[in-house]
Write a protein that binds this ligand. Structure first.
Ligand code: UD2
Ligand code: MN
Length: 580
């Protein structure tokens, strides 16, 4: 049914807030296209309706065909051969998602029920909940993942709560996203499409979408999501309760290859970060567990993954929307997380709101701007703690990141708190490195010239227990970034959060990488080293010293525990190249 509803002129409120969004092509009844399609909400009849009536989605799902592929979130495994196999592989290398499989699944498939059973008992006063506009930006997304997202929003959101779905095409160049998409969407109620006239990146594309919305709350989703039953109500309910709450759904994993919906009803994970400014997932800490009175209460989270959240529109405004100096992808999630907390809001995960997201096999497009974006976040929000980041990412300090004076003014204007306050009050579990002068950087052997401590950490597998080696010093941080904490006597490794610690084994003489103790817990004795002023690195438990040893047969070099001597091979020095 293709009905073109009346559409008012796009609201330009965001433009006033110093956001220079120029040159967009807004496809609506009033401009160049005929793709903006909406049905206005008919309020009077809703007010008389019963509860079931109020929960009615924009569209009902078609009848369940439980035999159809991937139905109820089941994994799909096609044993393909020949041409088909080739086609599948091509779809993966193009999208980093198995689009061959995705194309074979219903755009209306159902998901397994994975929420906490207590969530079903929550009652909502539908008439008093705020309405929302769902904003979805996309760049060169495949047809089926994009439209499954759209249908799932329309089929899982009560009509009374969903104002509209705004799709923003961030200057994609694929044919299926042009006229065919417009034609398809024109048959759907409440869906509007606008297009950027140049590549804006997700931050400005989201703002462009937000600028034409009419709902009370903005709900952002990525363009390869599937919403679980009841996903929307908890988000809106929480925002009604506290207009300064920014609320994220639990992000369930949809497997990029099998499209299996992987979720569970247990405690969701929350967001953190490590000192390279990489987003990390964590279990809910004890203090937060204690604060909550019920498993269906919101969980406070230091950071968000970035793509999926709801925020009251005027609060988004108040907080300064996004940093429009950020390009393409990355960094905006931590920037926004810091800003929410430091400027008086709260960032939460609602355990009753579940949305699936396809995490691709690897990045499908270049994300080279992520570094500059992170630097902007660090420069504006991290105060003196930005040095910890720069120590661990020597490229970051060199990166040109543009002008952040407007963002600093915003911080001033809103009277935002310091990063120290944020760490102490919102993220007390993070290990804050000491980075004392001369005690971080490359840990270089004095006897074995140009060889440094090195650990090859496979982050995908979160490998611990591997042996620390020596490798030619490269000065780029990363695998060779170590830090000695005088307080704990621990040798910390760069990249792992909650933290990698060098551990000595008395028997093998090896140094291995292990998970550090939790913050505040006593230091295990085999973690303890003393770094003496003469460069000797003494391992307390074994009473031995760390020596650079060459294994000639294997042509490998290792730091090993040996009886202490005067050997220059037992002397170490931290070196840090600051590029300043
Ligand atoms: C995660 C977030 C993502 C974003 C990102 C950090 C989740 C589930 N995803 O990465 O939303 O916060 O971290 O920046 O939390 N897009 C554009 N223009 C671009 C690039 C991307 O519109 O230039 C769209 C893209 O089509 C997608 C969304 O922005 O809808 C996020 O991009 P992604 O899915 O590649 O990011 P993801 O999930 O790896
Ligand atoms: Mn995504």
């Amino acid at each position: 049914m293709a009905i073109c509803g009346r559409r008012s002129q796009p609201k330009l409120v965001y433009f006033i807030f110093g956001v220079t969004l120029v040159g967009y092509l807004i496809l609506s009844k009033h401009s160049s296209g005929d793709v903006s399609v909406t049905h206005e909400r008919e309020a009077p009849t809703e007010r008389e309706a019963g509860d079931d009536e109020l929960k009615k989605p924009v569209y009902q799902k078609p009848p369940l065909d439980s035999n159809s592929l991937g139905e109820l979130g089941r994994a799909v495994k096609l044993n393909l051969k020949g041409e088909a196999k080739k086609e599948e592989e091509e779809s993966i290398s193009k999208h980093q998602i198995n689009i061959y499989v995705s194309d074979k699944l219903s755009l209306h498939r159902r998901l397994p029920e994975i929420w906490n059973p207590l969530c079903k008992d929550l009652k909502y006063d539908y008439r008093s909940l705020p309405t929302t506009s769902v904003v979805i930006t996309f760049y060169n997304e495949a047809w089926s993942t994009l439209l499954r997202t759209v249908h799932s929003v329309l089929e899982m959101s009560p009509d009374i709560l969903l104002k509209e779905v705004v799709l923003v095409d961030d200057y994609s160049d694929r044919a299926h996203l042009k006229e065919p998409l417009e034609r398809y969407l024109s048959g759907l109620k409440k869906v509007r499409l606008i297009r950027a006239t140049k590549r804006e990146g997700l931050v400005r594309a989201r703002l462009l979408g937000a600028s034409i919305t009419e709902g009370d709350v903005l709900t952002f989703l990525d363009c390869h999501c599937e919403c679980h039953e009841g996903w929307l109500e908890p988000l809106l309910h929480r925002i009604k309760e506290d207009p300064s709450a920014v609320v994220c759904p639990v992000i369930d994993v949809i497997h990029w290859n099998t499209f299996e919906y992987l979720g569970n009803s247990g405690e969701p994970q929350i967001g953190g970060f490590d000192w390279r400014l990489v987003f990390t997932w964590h279990t809910v800490p004890e203090n937060e567990q204690k604060r909550r009175r019920s498993p269906v209460d919101v969980i406070r989270s230091p950071t968000m993954a970035g793509g999926l959240f709801a925020i009251k529109k005027n609060y988004f405004h108040y907080l300064g929307t996004y940093d429009t100096g950020m390009e393409v992808w990355g960094g905006e999630n931590l920037e926004f997380s810091f800003r929410i907390w430091q400027c008086g809001g709260s960032l939460e995960v609602h355990p009753c709101s579940h949305v699936g997201h396809v995490f691709p096999k690897k990045a499908p497009y270049s994300r080279s701007k992520a570094l500059a974006n992170s630097v902007r976040a660090a420069e504006v929000w991290m105060d003196e703690y930005k040095e910890l980041y720069y120590h661990r990412n020597t490229h970051a300090r060199l990166e040109t990141f543009g002008d952040v004076t407007e963002r600093l003014k915003l911080k001033e204007r809103l009277g935002c708190k310091s990063f120290k306050w944020y760490l102490e009050n919102i993220y007390p579990d993070i290990n804050v490195p000491e980075d004392r002068p001369g005690m971080y950087g490359m840990l270089k052997s004095q006897g074995m010239a140009d060889y440094c401590f090195d650990y090859n950490h496979d982050e995908d597998k979160e490998t611990f227990g591997g042996r620390v080696t020596l490798y030619l010093c490269h000065g780029m941080g990363q695998n060779q970034f170590f830090e000695y904490s005088e307080t704990d006597g621990e040798l910390h490794f760069n990249t792992i959060e909650p933290g990698g610690c060098v551990v000595g084994d008395n028997v093998s003489a090896y140094l291995t990488m292990q998970l550090c103790k939790k913050k505040g817990k006593p230091v295990p004795v085999d973690h303890k080293f003393v770094l003496r002023p003469d460069g000797v690195l003494y391992h307390v438990a074994s009473q031995k010293c760390v020596q650079a040893v060459e294994n000639k047969k294997e042509e490998k070099r290792f730091p090993s525990l040996l009886p202490c001597s005067d050997s220059p091979y037992q002397k170490w020095v931290f070196e840090h190249r600051s590029y300043r």
